[in-house]
Ligand binder design. Structure first.
Ligand code: GLA
Length: 673
């Protein structure tokens, strides 16, 4: 039965089972050597935070000046009656002091601030800074296994089920305000769910009809609402209301641009209702963007209406200003190591050796410890045959739908060579799709291994009638007779993706498959992928939990995953896809850890035996946080229940006064009503 252990423990147990257990699948995964070195104490889920009223509240001194000048309501009037109270006993460095700057560096660019319509803000922790969600997943890495059912509370302070598990009633924290002072309540919840999630014209992060098989929302009062489900669910389903799915937006700002409320507006207008250059943003997050210089920086300032405090009554966050320098993902690591940035999820193997070397030095601004392998890359082949734009593309997608073709591709890939192209050394381990080995749901025995074997690949391709009829070294397709050429899209800004693309392109060429790499700017990448307008994609997989971004990985609705959209003519699911979809529902409808493990194992078996995606390699990652920053718990994994920017609980981070950096916009707060 699955039990989450400290990360290093998880990995060593997995290695042991990989060697001892009888294989359930044809080819067994090679033994894995862990590089993980994180160790930490596990705590109870209620040890992290609670909701209660305290006798006295404090605020950042510059806010008191604004209050005194009549420019801001008093802190007790800005806070909920019972705010979320962070327990200082579980903070690694305890209660903090106010002030200073936290410097992020990211490779993404804000697409826009209408996250309800699916827009991203550039990733790397900026989305998570402005969005707050009904529940929270990131900090669960620290919670004891026996306390692990469902997510942690956040905007929803509690919830309960009816006896047959078909109705979920959620209670919002009362008195939370948006960063402009407007009340946050069930009007925002109704707008989020009914006019975004359930509106087929809006590309929300939960797709229409997919939450609990098509839950209906009922508003009970200003702070209470209910989901009514067509069939029994479980607490596990509530995980789907964490970042990035269950995060309400400001209905008082967005409604006027939504066609349902304003007939003069189109859905395009709605998508662009909060463009990336319109400042300040209105959000519920600890910091709010107040200035955006394209390709340079987004500056966020503390949200004076933030609804969380520490147990001494200090309104959070401690840090006044947060920067997102807009450069590249590689630069994030370079700057963290150099001390000009404060944070990197060191996930770019190309930098590993140098960064590790430099961080060994006692005077280095950061130290680095690896977690388990949770970063994996894969090729996504587009299975939507009837959406192919011409005969050639239809034939190609038909091939993709054939298991022998997918197996042939997988056998053509020399994963050791791909790994070495990324970084010399022991970092990379083969990835077959499905859960990465660092996932609590990974099971080596359920993972089907398709090793590098060009001869086998050749046989499978010949069996499909693919032959090089014109002697140009590229196989010809049996139907159209054309060369087998796969346009493969990747993110232009991701060097590690490009390196793998180069390796894969030359490896596939050796069996007669020609790959044409196409780079797409990261900002337009997601809309492109969501539209299904691509032949194949090479990108990172982010597959750790079945409940996290399920739509990106699994056939949970007509528009999920993007590599198998339904289109106007509907879609023909491959048989194992139908079973996968049922497994997701079964997983979501039980809280029994043993049953969940069974479902997860079966998913892993189906995903890897059928080569749903062509996995490439997986690597560990290390979190780099500047040493002047306190409360960055040293056990924080880069990616587990959520990315580390959520897992580390940034609203609790602080910097001793003598090490604080000068703010760019001292005294500034986002505007309020
Ligand atoms: C990007 C980065 C990750 C992480 C996430 C957060 O994907 O590559 O390391 O910062 O953003 O959303």
């Amino acid at each position: 039965m699955f039990k989450l252990k400290p990360l290093s423990g998880v990995v060593s147990t997995l290695c042991a089972t990989a060697i001892l257990a009888t294989p359930a699948v044809a080819d067994q995964m090679p033994p894995e050597k862990s590089l993980a070195g994180l160790n930490y104490e596990l705590i109870g889920r209620d040890d992290l935070w609670s909701y209660k009223s305290l006798s006295k509240y404090n605020e950042a001194p510059f806010l008191s000046e604004l209050v005194a000048a009549g420019k801001l309501p008093k802190v007790e009037d800005r806070l909920p009656a019972e705010p979320l109270v962070h327990n200082s006993g579980v903070m690694s460095d305890g209660v903090g002091t106010y002030g200073g700057v936290f410097r992020h560096v990211i490779g993404g660019r804000p697409e826009g601030f209408n996250w309800l319509a699916g827009q991203h803000q550039g990733w790397g922790g900026i989305n998570m800074a402005v969005q707050e969600c009904l529940v929270r997943q990131g900090p669960r890495w620290q919670v004891k296994p026996e306390d692990q059912t469902g997510p942690l509370p956040n905007l929803a302070k509690s919830w309960e089920w009816n006896s047959d598990m078909t109705e979920l009633t959620m209670h919002l924290v009362e008195g939370v305000k948006w960063s402009d002072g407007d009340a946050f309540d069930t009007e925002d919840i109704a707008f989020w769910y009914n006019d975004n999630v359930e509106d087929p014209n809006v590309n929300a992060r939960i797709s229409q009809g997919s939450f609990g098989g098509g839950a209906k929302l009922e508003v009970i009062d200003a702070h209470t609402f209910k989901f009514v489900f067509p069939a029994a669910q479980s607490n596990t389903l509530v995980e789907g209301l964490a970042y990035i799915q269950g995060c309400p937006g400001p209905s008082h700002i967005l409604k006027e641009s939504h066609p349902k409320y304003n007939s003069a507006k189109t859905y395009d207008d709605y998508l662009n209702a909060a463009p990336s250059d319109k400042m300040p943003v209105v959000g519920l997050g600890a910091w709010i963007p107040v200035e955006h210089k394209p390709d340079e920086i987004v500056i966020l300032r503390r949200n004076p209406f933030y609804w969380k405090v520490d147990d001494k009554g200090n309104q959070l966050p401690y840090i006044n200003e947060m920067h997102f320098k807009l450069t590249t993902w590689d630069d994030r690591t370079t700057q963290a190591v150099a001390g000009t940035g404060d944070w990197s999820n060191m996930e770019n193997p190309g930098n590993f050796v140098e960064a590790l070397k430099q961080s060994q030095d006692a005077s280095s601004p950061v130290s680095a410890k690896f977690g388990p392998r949770t970063l994996a890359w894969r090729i996504e082949l587009n299975f939507a045959q009837n959406m192919g734009k011409d005969e050639y593309e239809k034939e190609l997608r038909g091939l993709f739908r054939n298991i022998d073709f997918r197996k042939a591709m997988s056998h053509s890939i020399d994963r050791d060579a791909v790994g070495q192209a990324l970084a010399r050394g022991p970092f990379a381990y083969p990835y077959m799709g499905g859960y990465a080995t660092g996932s609590p749901y990974y099971n080596a025995d359920s993972t089907s291994y398709t090793p590098f074997d060009q001869a086998k690949a050749g046989e499978l391709l010949a069996g499909l009638g693919l032959k090089d009829t014109d002697g140009n070294g590229v196989l010809n397709m049996p139907g159209t007779g054309q060369d087998l050429v796969i346009d493969m899209t990747y993110k232009a800004q991701r060097n590690d993706d490009r390196k793998q693309m180069d390796a894969v392109t030359s490896q596939l060429a050796e069996v007669g498959i020609r790959v044409l790499p196409k780079s797409v700017d990261e900002t337009s990448f997601d809309p492109m992928r969501n539209s299904g307008d691509f032949t194949a994609i090479l990108q990172r997989a982010n597959f750790i939990l079945p409940t996290r971004e399920a739509c990106g990985n699994l056939p949970v609705s007509d528009i999920c995953p993007a590599f198998h959209l339904s289109g106007s003519e509907g879609r023909e699911l491959m048989p194992f896809e139908a079973e996968l979809s049922e497994l997701v529902s079964s997983f979501n409808s039980t809280d029994d850890a043993g049953k969940q493990t069974e479902h997860a194992n079966r998913m892993q078996q189906l995903l890897t035996e059928n080569v749903y995606n062509v996995g490439l390699v997986q690597v560990p990652a290390a979190l780099l946080v500047n040493k002047r920053v306190r409360n960055a718990h040293p056990g924080t994994p880069v990616f587990m229940y959520e990315w580390a920017e959520d897992g580390v609980i940034r609203e609790r981070l602080w910097v001793p006064e003598d090490q604080q950096m000068a703010e760019l916009l001292p005294g500034t707060v986002p505007t309020y009503q």
